[in-house]
Design a protein around this ligand. Sequence first.
Ligand SMILES: Nc1ncnc2c1ncn2[C@@H]1O[C@H](COP(=O)(O)OP(=O)(O)OP(=O)(O)O)[C@@H](O)[C@H]1O
Ligand SMILES: [Mg+2]
Length: 371
Amino acid sequence: MNTPQKEGDFTLMTTLSVSALAQSFNEVPPDNIIFGHTEVMQSVRARMGKVAAANVPVLITGESGTGKDIIARLIHSLSPWKVGPYVKVNCPAIPGTLLESELFGYEKGAFTGAVGSKPGRVELAHRGTLFLDEISELDPSLQSKLLQLLQDGQFCRIGAQEDKKVEVRVVCATNRQLEAEIEAGTFRQDLYYRINVVNIRMPGLRERRADIEDLCNYFLDYYNRKFNCRARPLSHEVLEVLQKYHWPGNIRELENLIKRYVILGHEEVITNDLVAHEPDFLSSEISFDGPISLKKMTRQCVRELERKVILKVLQQHHWNRKQAARTLGISYRALLYKIRDAGLPSNRALRLRQAEKNAMATAPTSGAAAD
Ligand SMILES: Nc1ncnc2c1ncn2[C@@H]1O[C@H](COP(=O)(O)OP(=O)(O)OP(=O)(O)O)[C@@H](O)[C@H]1O
Ligand SMILES: [Mg+2]
């Protein structure tokens, strides 16, 4: 038995401008933050600007957390249909059996429990934008219905005798490789060509490292205001660590990290978190597209391994570098050099702050031994 799903996971709204959009979501960062100043994001911006005005389907691809949702909303707000509705459907969030009725609606008596008729989200998006998130999750029968919609703007409510017509701009997003899904037989090739008239690829955060500092400052300010906190600007050392990290969760990961830092108030939150997510160097860095220099790779792996060991030992000794050097069996100076070389935080700022706190909290004679 099919029952209509609750409305919780979809967004239906009317927008007038980008700033109105920003207000209504209260979350959309300003343009200079969204696009930063890296070349790769400037070409995303240019492509998005061009495609927004044209009534063609757009496919936004990119890893999780790269900002596909934000770009879909911006495309709508810059399009001629911006005064129309923006309807988002998060395909995996709606169980397969319900998705058809949610998308295309149904007529009274179409199935047990269909006591009245109900329009689907496709209809609700009339003269606006329909954003289909995680499009690869559509099952084959829904893929055919979507294909028809894209071909002639027609669709059929479940249980209806006749087709209906809508004018709707379709934007899809996925973090999967649809070509691979086509090869595996789970995604229709003809649908792929229809939704992929223009492709916008969102780069991973590691491809736009020059934007990391501005993003950090933005989130720091945002969450300081939101939680009424006063977390200090990040130290140069921690910023350097953030610049070197591989960011598997992209901007979402960075945002969550800064949020935790703001709430908990000390930089160790960041360094500890990143160490826990250190990449498996071998699997992430070797490209099998061309020749591999064994000597070079081995050197890199050794460096990476050394960096990990140093980080672990530093953590165990609460960043006391003298003790860490002793444990590692190297001189203090050699460790300082390696810390700098590996782009690890010296945590001087952190220790100074700790010393300040200790001095205030304990007797005037307390001399916290810095290493
Ligand atoms: N360019 C950006 N500037 C600032 N914040 C961003 C940017 N891109 C994404 N974010 C923030 O990162 C988080 C994830 O973004 P979003 O949901 O758009 O990613 P996504 O690519 O749709 O991820 P998923 O594939 O998991 O759905 C959001 O909180 C968003 O506000
Ligand atoms: Mg998304």
